[in-house]
Design a protein around this ligand. Structure first.
Ligand SMILES: Nc1ncnc2c1ncn2[C@@H]1O[C@H](COP(=O)(O)OP(=O)(O)OP(=O)(O)O)[C@@H](O)[C@H]1O
Length: 523
């Protein structure tokens, strides 16, 4: 651990309530300075609430917070920042139309006026000092997600941060991106910054953190304990708790990295290689649409009962692929057929009636209306599929919604609550419960387990497997190569809007990785 063991953070008996929900219950914890502290727990366990209390964004109902030995006035962001606390949120908050320099200035102390070139010079020096490879004049929206995150971190470090909190920083990163982030975090630690990391993946916790603390149902059930004294199995037990359904051995191994059974998927027995494809894309090219490179000559078939994975560094056309399949991108040439029927020019509603379901990349923007109730969000699929409004009975929908959310173990108070009040993982589960229904024929799942806890991730894998057994076709787009290799029957790699390689089990991670970076093409 660190040379110094003085506490940078002391929480005493912190309780936070949202109406009837107790998000944090009498949490008392102390974190030593100069170390990397992981905080883990299931979706809705209270991790983000904990981070927001420390950053002064939430005023706890009870309890107190001390930073570097000083009592913090309750719920004061400015006092927390003055004490050196900076929080990088789960979803990025940089204004997309700003340049990097403008975004950095926005996060700085402000005051003096600068010309554009002065501003850029000022922040370029800061970025260079942190070894962040981004040009200060670039617009945020033109940056890949990994660079946006680096800019968020750089912005948090504009002030003299002593305690940096990163809320699920790896959820948006590729494995290489996560490794780069970890290097940056180790570097910050050696410069004396204390880091709190909210993480879901146990293997990441054990790879980077000095200590780990576990929240369950708003209570601190363990920690901080030294990571050197705990193993993956024990940690997953602490997270899930004694009453939860146990994970099966394969899922546990894949989720915790505790065994060598990774990447052994050998195809599914129910797959019928001779059956006509559910999805048949032939030579599809799309117009540029500002959301990644256009598709160029993409051909892809998915048969009943088949899970096809799309691997690739983010920003290589995966979003355009989802948009083309959802009738949101302009297809210039080529054809798309669903169950033998041409749908190339059919709007989304018609495709949904034909059995298309979409779990979108951005759950808060494309997947949910945050200001609408849970049952309204859940019922949206009926409207999307063109049911007549007069047929819709709100009371029946509310009870259907309740059963579906309970089956997915969503943590919520009432189906009338706003979707925006759910924790990130629970919001994702609402979309999954809506899109993975019995009538689905083709499920496009974009990052379906991003931000989910280990129990929920296993649940999603199981739900995808059930859908496959019902002979659905599934297109799984994920930046988690382990996930792709564990559950897909075939993997295609996207690079610059093209299919750059097709791979079948047993997978060779080195060859897939090479195709992702364009080192080699096809097998
Ligand atoms: N603004 C809010 N209004 C109402 N309830 C809230 C609000 N914010 C959080 N909650 C509830 O508090 C509980 C803890 O939520 P929190 O976001 O802290 O969990 P989390 O551990 O970060 O979950 P995840 O891993 O899904 O992000 C959840 O039950 C959540 O629904």
């Amino acid at each position: 651990m660190s040379e110094t063991t003085a506490a940078v953070l002391d929480c005493h008996d912190v309780t936070v309530r949202f109406g009837d929900v107790v998000a944090l219950s009498n949490v008392s914890v102390s974190f030593a300075s100069g170390a990397i502290h992981a905080v883990v727990g299931q979706n809705g366990a209270g991790k983000t609430t904990f981070a927001r209390v420390i950053a002064g964004l939430i005023d706890p109902d009870e309890g107190s917070v001390r930073i570097s030995g000083r009592d913090m006035p309750k719920g004061s962001v400015n006092d927390a920042r003055r004490a050196g606390v900076e929080l990088v949120h789960q979803s990025f908050a940089l204004p997309p139309s700003f340049t990097v320099a403008e975004a950095m200035q926005f996060g700085g102390s402000g005051g003096k006026l600068y010309t554009r070139s002065q501003l850029e010079r000022r922040w370029q020096a800061h970025l260079d000092a942190l070894n962040i490879n981004v040009k200060a004049g670039q617009r945020i929206r033109d940056l890949p997600v990994e660079s946006q995150q680096s800019v968020e971190i750089a912005r948090a470090l504009v002030t003299d941060a002593k305690l940096l909190i990163l809320d699920e920083p790896t959820a948006v990163l590729s494995p290489e991106g996560a490794e780069k982030l970890f290097q940056r975090i180790r570097h910050l630690k050696s410069a004396g910054v204390t880091i709190i990391l909210i993480l879901h993946k146990i293997r990441e916790v054990l790879a980077i953190a000095d200590t780990v603390s576990v929240l369950r149902g708003g209570k601190l059930v363990e920690g901080p304990v030294a990571c050197s004294g705990i193993d993956a199995d024990k940690l997953s037990e602490l997270i899930i708790g004694p009453s939860a359904r146990p994970l099966d051995e394969d899922d546990r191994a894949a989720l915790t990295g505790s065994a060598s059974s990774l990447h052994t998927h050998v195809g599914v027995s129910g797959k019928d290689g001779a059956a006509p494809p559910i999805l048949d894309m032939k030579s599809v090219s799309s117009a540029p649409d500002g959301d990644g490179p256009p598709l160029t000559d993409v051909s892809l078939a998915i048969r009943p009962g088949e899970i096809v994975g799309v691997a690739g560094v983010e920003g290589n056309g995966q979003r355009t692929l989802v948009r083309a399949l959802s009738a949101l991108a302009d297809v210039e040439s080529g054809t798309i057929a669903l169950d033998g029927r041409q749908v190339t020019t059919l709007p989304l509603q018609g495709r949904r009636i034909a059995g298309l379901r979409v779990i979108p990349f951005e759950r808060n923007v494309e997947g949910l209306s945050l200001t609408s109730s849970l049952w309204e969000n859940w019922s949206a699929r009926k409207l999307l599929q063109g049911s007549l409004l007069s047929w819709i009975r709100p009371s029946a929908l509310r009870s259907e919604c309740k059963s579906a959310l309970d089956a997915w173990d969503v943590r919520y108070a009432t189906v009338a609550q706003r979707a925006g009040s759910l924790s990130g993982g629970n919001a994702q589960k609402v979309i999954l419960s809506r899109e993975m229904d019995e009538d689905a024929r083709l499920i496009i799942a974009a990052q379906p387990t991003r931000g989910l806890d280990i129990g929920a991730t296993a649940f999603v894998w199981n739900a995808l497997d059930q859908a496959r057994r019902r002979n659905c076709g599934i297109l799984l787009i994920s930046s988690d190569l382990d996930e792709i290799m564990d559950i897909c029957d075939r993997v295609v790699v996207m690079l610059s809007g093209r299919i750059a390689g097709t791979f079948e089990p047993p997978y060779d991670i080195a060859r897939i990785g090479a195709a992702m970076t364009g080192v080699t093409h096809d097998r």
